[in-house]
Ligand binder design. Structure first.
Ligand code: TXA
Ligand code: MG
Length: 321
């Protein structure tokens, strides 16, 4: 659960947002690095703090669905249906942007990504600041996403005016991104809402081959992303190790009868094989492995269904060098 945060911190955070500063915010997915989405100078500070290239647009966070006219030009029936079912929650909708949204937020695109995050502290901050918040994940560009306030401190200390500590993120993997246009939905990033649940509401969703184009539809979907510093290899079975290798192992669930003794560090994401639990632990486990001075991290893939799709996507990008 969320750590206790004194109301004075929330007030300070709201003040920082209103004056153009940066606040790290807890969400149910990962921590975000937030600024006033309507202020181009504040938004520019996000890109600077993350060393993020300007071609990678930001998601805008709202206190609730009633804020849509502040950020998008239209909110079609399909978006309404999805918002009613999944907000607050880990679903980002890409829609035509309103003129109030600076081009910097959207990297010059005519669309903007919006969502209502499911975390009480951040929704309270949104209400107090009374401003939509542009927030990418609070990590340096391309690196592992932060799912605790400590991860943010380790990666962005000195580059953010305040970190709101809301405890570990409940979902642990970024939002699902869906573009809505001409009455159809297209999956741009698998994430915290499984695509099966979305299709149960609106029917078939376009799923373009999400991978290796130089300019993917969601620019954050670069081949190499969400990456630890340590080399990561996806393996189908647990490899035998040479005696001198310091290796780590990332397992979706516990394995029987397999000798793990050669491994310096082993992370089991869920004893029972729950994908929900595995997602919640995923980035924390990778952060720990990345700090264990290993030569290599071996990872077994997840079942390719539900949250397993989002996790396999993150693994593939973490493994790409
Ligand atoms: O769960 C999340 O989505 C977290 C929390 C903080 O909300 N945020 C997050 O932001 O993952 P970020 O910046 O790390 O990833 C946002 C992705 C980027 O890959 C970006 O390319 C895509 O959203 N995106 C944003 N606006 C877009 C747009 N107008 N069209 C296509 N893709 C867009
Ligand atoms: Mg990110």
């Amino acid at each position: 659960m969320a750590a206790e945060v004194p109301p004075s911190d929330l007030e300070a955070a709201a003040r920082i947002i209103r004056s153009g500063g940066l606040v790290a915010i807890p969400t149910e997915t990962v921590y975000g690095l937030a600024a006033n989405a309507l202020d181009p100078q504040a938004v520019a500070r996000i890109f600077a703090a993350k060393d993020r290239p300007f071609f990678d647009p930001l998601i805008v966070h709202l206190a609730d669905v009633s804020w849509w006219p502040r950020v998008v030009a239209e909110f079609p029936p399909m978006a309404r249906e999805l918002a009613a079912r999944f907000w607050p929650g880990p679903l980002t909708l890409i829609l035509p942007k309103s003129t109030a949204i600076p081009d910097l937020v959207t990297s010059g695109m005519p669309t903007v990504g919006i969502r209502v995050p499911d975390h009480p502290l951040t929704r309270e901050l949104l209400k107090r600041a009374d401003l939509p918040l542009a927030a990418p994940s609070a990590n340096p560009f391309g690196r592992l996403s932060p799912t605790t306030a400590d991860h943010v401190r380790q990666q962005l200390a000195g580059r953010v005016d305040l970190i709101l500590d809301g405890g570990p993120c409940r979902v642990g993997v970024e939002s699902t991104i869906l573009a809505i246009a001409d009455g159809a939905a297209t999956l741009l990033r698998p994430g915290g809402v499984p695509i099966e649940e979305i299709e149960a509401i609106i029917g078939a969703v376009n799923r373009p081959e999400i991978s290796s184009t130089k300019q993917p539809a969601a620019p954050g979907m670069l081949d190499s992303h969400y990456a630890p510093r340590t080399k990561l290899r996806i393996v189908d079975s647990i490899p035998a190790l040479s005696a001198t290798t310091r290796a780590g192992l990332l397992l979706p669930s516990s394995v029987n009868d397999t000798p793990l003794s050669g491994y310096t560090a082993v992370e089991v994401l869920s004893q029972t094989g729950s994908l929900v639990e595995a997602a919640a632990h995923f980035f924390q486990a990778l952060h720990r492995l990345d700090q264990a001075q290993l030569d290599v991290i071996h990872a077994l893939p997840f079942p390719d269904q539900g949250l397993g799709r989002a996790l396999n996507d993150r693994l593939r990008r973490a493994a790409h060098s």
